[in-house]
Design a protein around this ligand. Structure first.
Ligand code: MG
Length: 384
């Protein structure tokens, strides 16, 4: 079996999501997805430039194909858009390998620890764009009523009226008070048994992060996510050393090497690699294995369509230290659901706060091409 072509489609979701299609000389095609954080233009450009390296390769040699891409430039020191593009290709290779061998991807990755994946609902700023306590409480209660056992809110706000400088990373007392009020309101509404994570999007300095982490200690968070920027794990380690609130980071790091210092410096209680961004299924499994030797749980960040979401769920079923996987489609739910035919013919792949792993070959979801065409971003072809 040989790869004969690699094409892309760009669809509207969390910005621009890049879908990847790999065709073979035996008429079997695999589909993958790259994370949308960097937009699609660069990702599609890199995939087009990598295509010649994989034409003629056997797609069942997934890790060899991936390593060939990683070593294309300077023996492998890759990051950013390049690794995001590699990740999208890698997911499609696993789908293809699974279909070619008649097995679900989780079986090719070593088999299952669990057949359903717990997901948490990212609730963003709540139902109110200004992130009022009442708007957050409304959304939290709706998600818990739907069956989610874990939720996440954002509390960072660069537009806060008490913020006097958009570039300064320091939190003022009034900003901290509003953040704490929001978390307190949500915790009171959902009770003590629902897991609650809080995200700060890497916007603050060490003293601010220490202050807010300490103030949030009474609310028994699942984690506080990226209170400081991602480039300096030693700074985050100082935050972690100063609080009982569990610290989580990793969605802006790439490959195994990107996580070495984060783990080694004791900067995190939980890691959150983004699977279609950090290198793909096999690479994120290696990162999870690396985290396990530090007894750190793996809770992947995810902002992908149901295709990338299900692919990530396959990997999460194969590692012992899986914690919970992100679901981030609350505000675009109809569009999100429109991209695939769910394995059981149902509307959505997420039910009662879980994703059930299908036992069909490959990733186990089929793209709904009507949904793809309807939400295709103008200026990009659809698998052309
Ligand atoms: Mg985050």
């Amino acid at each position: 079996m040989k790869i004969v072509n690699i094409t892309t489609a760009v669809v509207r979701y969390h910005g621009e999501a890049t879908l990847v299609r790999i065709d073979t000389d035996e008429g079997i095609s695999g589909f993958g997805e790259a994370n949308p954080d960097a937009g699609a233009g660069g990702v599609v450009g890199v995939i087009n430039s990598l295509r010649p390296l994989l034409i003629g390769e056997d797609p069942r040699n997934v890790e060899r194909c991936w390593e060939k891409l990683r070593r294309k430039v300077f023996a492998g020191a890759q990051s950013g858009v390049y690794v995001i593009a590699m990740s999208g290709i890698e997911l499609a290779l696993w789908d293809l390998a699974g279909k070619a061998m008649g097995q679900p991807v989780y079986r090719l990755l070593g088999g299952q620890f669990r057949d359903r994946i717990r997901v948490y609902a990212d609730c963003g700023n709540g139902d109110d764009p200004d992130g009022s306590v009442a708007g957050c409480v409304d959304r939290a209660q709706r998600m818990v009523a739907e069956g989610f056992t874990a939720i996440k809110f954002d509390i960072d706000n660069l537009g806060h009226p008490a913020k006097f400088d958009p570039y300064n990373h320091t939190l003022g007392t009034r900003e901290i008070r509003d953040m704490v009020d929001r978390v307190a309101g949500v915790r009171e509404a959902i009770g003590p048994d629902v897991d609650l994570a809080i995200d700060m999007h890497a916007r603050y300095d060490v003293p601010s992060a220490c202050r807010i982490a300490g103030e949030l200690e009474p609310f028994s968070l699942m984690w506080l996510e990226e209170p400081t920027p991602p480039e300096n794990p030693q700074a985050l380690a100082r935050v972690r050393a100063n609080t009982r609130t569990p610290i989580c980071a990793g969605e802006n790091l790439y490959l195994r090497w990107g996580f070495r210092e984060l783990l080694d410096s004791g900067a995190v209680d939980v890691i959150e690699p983004d699977i279609p961004k950090c290198g793909g299924l096999a690479e994120s499994k290696k990162i999870a294995n690396l985290a396990e030797i530090y007894y750190v749980p793996f809770a992947p960040h995810l902002v992908s369509t149901p295709l990338g979401t299900m692919a990530a769920a396959h990997q999460c079923s194969t590692i012992p230290n899986f914690y919970v996987q992100e679901w981030h489609a609350l505000e675009e739910r109809d569009v999100w659901d429109s991209y695939v035919m769910a394995p059981d013919g149902a509307h959505s792949i997420v039910k009662d706060g879980y994703i059930m792993l299908p036992d069909t070959p490959g990733i186990g979801v089929e793209l709904d091409m009507d949904g793809v065409h309807r939400n295709a971003v103008p200026g990009f072809g659809v698998f052309e």
